[in-house]
Design a protein around this ligand. Structure first.
Ligand SMILES: C[S@@+](CC[C@H](N)C(=O)[O-])C[C@H]1O[C@@H](n2cnc3c(N)ncnc32)[C@H](O)[C@@H]1O
Length: 187
């Protein structure tokens, strides 16, 4: 099982920092890892640090690393807040694609994106670092817009320089006819 395997791509909270001599992207919640692995392969000039608490997806990405020996990939199995509070890495790009929507009012507090989380992201970015948030949940889109309108750390930009492959959640959103909203932001 790749979850328990010792692998150079795995980061833990005490890991020595990898040598980061290229631009670094933080991918928050890469899910099943399928589109994430394609992005890693197609962007060898960028270092990807992926965070995922879901064990199956995490193990799949470690397996991908071991089989393809991709030097630009690191992963952390756990919560992104825990990771960011302990790391000294500053990220050129951060992306959050299809964060769990938790659409019911009683689960609202479980949503990852809120004012405090955006502040944590901001202090974890390089000057002029960029953030991309994608969601097909209309309620979440409105909440994000509302939070963004009340902060000064990020401004909207037209384009995000990093392209990405379509994930299983993106496919599902399209199939269901849900409106996908992409927020491209810069510090
Ligand atoms: C709806 S899935 C989207 C997966 C992928 N980004 C995609 O576009 O297909 C949301 C992912 O966020 C992960 N997640 C939830 N809470 C998280 C947290 N606190 N830190 C990091 N990832 C988290 C979940 O485990 C899940 O895999």
């Amino acid at each position: 099982m790749f979850l328990d395997k010792i692998s150079a791509c795995k980061l833990d909270l005490n890991s020595k920092l990898p040598e980061l001599n290229k631009k670094v992207v933080l991918d928050i919640g890469f899910g099943d890892g399928e589109s994430f692995c394609k992005d890693v392969l197609e962007n060898g000039d960028i270092i990807f640090i992926g965070i995922e608490p879901y064990i199956k997806g995490f193990s799949r990405v470690v397996e991908f690393y071991e089989k393809h020996n991709v030097p630009n990939l690191y992963v952390f199995n756990g919560c992104v807040k825990e990771f960011l509070k302990s790391t000294k890495i500053k990220f050129d790009f951060i992306r959050i694609h299809f964060p769990d929507p938790w659409p019911k009012n009683k689960h609202y507090k479980r949503q990852l994106i809120n004012k405090d989380f955006l502040e944590l992201l901001h202090i974890s970015q390089t000057p002029n670092g960029m953030l991309q948030i994608v969601t097909d949940c209309t309620k979440y889109q409105l909440k994000i817009l509302n939070i963004l309108s009340q902060q000064l750390n990020y401004s909207f930009i037209d384009k995000f320089p990093l392209k990405f492959n379509e994930s299983s959640f993106a496919k599902k959103a399209k199939k269901n006819g849900n409106p996908i909203k992409v927020f491209n932001l810069q510090s």
